[in-house]
Design a protein around this ligand. Structure first.
Ligand code: SAM
Length: 255
C-alpha cells in the first residue's frame, strides 16, 4: 500500500465540515423564525439572517468564518487566554471554537459557554432605556437548556474538560467567573443590557491583540448603542471592522 504524497491538511477539511454541519447546510435545514418562510434559503444562511430549525448555530457562514479566522489569529500570534461566547443558544459557535482547539492540538485553553439557558431577560428599561420594548424574552425558541447544549457538544465528540459552562444571567455569572485571560470575547446576547454587562465584566480580561466580536451590532440598535457607550467610556478607538453587514469585531490594542 502506498501513501499519496500531497494531501490537504485534514484539520482544514475537518473544520470546514464542522462549520457546515453546525449551520445546517448539509441537510438544508429550514428556518423557524417568525420572519422567514419555513424553508432553506442559502443566501439567508450565509449571512445568519434566519433561525435554523435544528442546526446548532444561527450565526451564518460569514460570521462562522470570521470566528474561525479570529481563533486561528490568536493561536498563530500566541495571544494568551481562553475563548468565550456570551449568548450561545444551541452552542454552535462554542462548538466550533472547541473544534479549532482540537484541530490545532491546543490543550491549554478553555472554551467558556455563558448563557442563562432559559432565553433572554425581560427588558429593564429603567436602567437600560435602549432595551425598552425589546421582545427577545418572548421568543421561546431562544431558550435552550444546558443539557441540550452539552448533548450538542457530545454529538461532535467535543464535550470534555476544555469546555466550561457559566449558567445564569450575565449580571450574576460573568463578574465572578474564574477566568484569568481571554483571547476571544464573542458577544451574542442581542440586547443593550446583555452586551454592556458582558463588556463590563470581561473586556479588561482580554489580552492585547485579542479579538472582540459583536454578533448583533448591525441588527439590534440597543446592542450597537452598548458597544458605542462602552467604547466611549473606556476611550477605545480601535477601528470597528464589518464582517457581513451585521456582525463586527475589533482587535484590542497593544498596551
Ligand atoms: C441569538 S442567541 C445566540 C446564538 C448563538 N451564538 C449561536 O451560535 O447560534 C442569544 C442567546 O443569548 C442568551 N442571553 C441573552 N441575554 C442574556 C443574559 N443577560 N444572560 C444570560 N443569557 C443571555 C439567550 O439565552 C440566547 O441563548
Amino acid at each position: 500500500m502506498s501513501a499519496s504524497t500531497a494531501q490537504i491538511a485534514p484539520g482544514v477539511l475537518y473544520l470546514d465540515l464542522v462549520s457546515r454541519c453546525l449551520l445546517g447546510l448539509i441537510y438544508e435545514d429550514p428556518a423557524q423564525d417568525p420572519w422567514s418562510a419555513p424553508s432553506f434559503d442559502a443566501k439567508k444562511r450565509a449571512r445568519g439572517l434566519d433561525w435554523p430549525l435544528r442546526a446548532h448555530s444561527m450565526i451564518g457562514q460569514m460570521r462562522m468564518a470570521n470566528l474561525r479566522a479570529a481563533v486561528e489569529h490568536v493561536l498563530g500570534n500566541h495571544i494568551p487566554g481562553d475563548l468565550i461566547e456570551t449568548g450561545v443558544w444551541r452552542g454552535g459557535a462554542c462548538i466550533l471554537m472547541r473544534a479549532i482547539l482540537k484541530a490545532y492540538d491546543v490543550t491549554d485553553r478553555v472554551v467558556w459557554v455563558a448563557d442563562s439557558f432559559e432565553g433572554l431577560p425581560p427588558p429593564d428599561a429603567s436602567r437600560y432605556p435602549a432595551d425598552a420594548g425589546d421582545r427577545h424574552h418572548t421568543f421561546m425558541p431562544l431558550a435552550v437548556s444546558i443539557d441540550e447544549v452539552k448533548a450538542n457538544f457530545a454529538k461532535y465528540g467535543l464535550l470534555d474538560g476544555q469546555v466550561r459552562f457559566l449558567k445564569g444571567w450575565f449580571k450574576d455569572t460573568l463578574p465572578a467567573a474564574p477566568i484569568e485571560h481571554l483571547a476571544i470575547l464573542r458577544l451574542d446576547g442581542d440586547m443593550y443590557q446583555s452586551t454592556i454587562e458582558a463588556l463590563a465584566a470581561l473586556y479588561h480580561k482580554v489580552s492585547p491583540g485579542g479579538v472582540i466580536i459583536v454578533d448583533d451590532y448591525g441588527a439590534v440598535p440597543g446592542c450597537r448603542q452598548a458597544v458605542h457607550d462602552f467604547r466611549a467610556a473606556h476611550s477605545i478607538v480601535a477601528p470597528i471592522q464589518d464582517i457581513d453587514g451585521i456582525g463586527v469585531y475589533w482587535l484590542k490594542a497593544q498596551a
